[in-house]
Design a protein around this ligand. Structure first.
Ligand code: SAH
Length: 261
């Protein structure tokens, strides 16, 4: 605050989750803040229609972030948020899903704290919750799983640095974000650490949207099936016997791919 020009009171930065893809899953609070913002700094996976809630004249700034190419380096982005707020603007930093689940919301806030900028965090429906609901795969279930873990399946130098013994457990559901590129490694490690080759596993691509695809298989065959179906990001991997429920509980049937414009 001390560095803010005395004539312009510093603005506020709202770190807002926009949900997993279906426009209707945006919270009322997110919709209101987007409509009031002077500047919206948005990421790659924002549901169609969300930016149209911005008022005419609001600055819309794309900050990117697709797994291999980061359009704006994080440092620069942090500085941009500080600069906009110091200019007195009401800033919405719009992210896919929930800002605190693999969303770097924490890192961005640290810079705001260091710079004395006011901020608020608005939660969103995270991809795991959205995809599970729309795929008919309850993440917990009294007969299947008493706990659920969200893990990153991001490959770094060909490996994934996770505590595999704690993930390859019975009666546990594990949801891997950013895991399609590393799916062979994920399934291999889960089997190597004790889960049966037949342990159920699924992939949900473009969950909650008209492009949603759900593929269910087991740990041994999921990687080849995902390759054959040409499933790419954004997709989640769900590992656990809850996946068996999909056959009976699936309810969301997006139109066939060829009818999507
Ligand atoms: N903060 C976000 C996650 C960002 S990491 C959240 O809470 O959801 C980006 C990863 O999220 C993607 O690689 C993918 O694994 C997952 N993801 C996001 N939207 C998705 C969707 N509609 N369907 C499937 N996976 C999705």
């Amino acid at each position: 605050m001390s560095q803010a020009p005395s004539s312009t009171p510093s603005g506020t930065v709202y770190i807002v989750g926009s949900g997993p893809g279906d426009f209707d899953l945006l919270t009322l609070r997110a919709a209101r803040l987007i409509g009031e913002a002077d500047a919206i700094v948005y990421d790659h996976l924002i549901a169609d229609g969300v930016l149209e809630l911005a008022r005419p004249g609001a600055d819309k700034i794309y900050a990117g972030k697709e797994s291999s190419r980061h359009s704006v380096p994080q440092e620069e982005l942090n500085r941009l948020l500080v600069r906009l707020a110091r200019a007195g603007k009401k800033v919405v930093r719009l992210k896919g899903g929930d800002p605190f689940i693999f969303g770097r919301g924490g890192e961005e806030i640290e810079t705001l704290v260091d710079s004395g900028i006011r901020f608020e965090v608005v939660p969103g429906v995270t991809a795991a919750a959205g995809c599970a609901a729309y795929a008919g795969i309850p993440l917990t279930h009294r007969e299947h799983a008493q706990a659920v873990v969200f893990a990153t399946g991001h490959l770094k130098d060909g490996t994934i640095n996770l505590d595999w013994p704690s993930l390859a457990r019975p009666r546990l559901t594990v949801v891997f974000y950013m895991g399609v590129g590393g799916i062979a490694e994920i399934c291999r490690q889960m089997i190597a650490h004790g889960l049966p080759r037949e342990h159920p596993a699924a992939v949900v691509q473009h969950g909650t949207t008209r492009r949603q695809r759900v593929l269910t298989a087991d740990l041994a065959t999921l990687p080849s099936q995902v390759a054959a179906a040409r499933i790419t990001a954004p997709a989640l991997i769900i590992v656990g016997t809850v996946v068996r429920l999909h056959r009976r509980l699936a309810w969301f049937l997006p139109p066939p791919a060829e009818s999507i414009g």
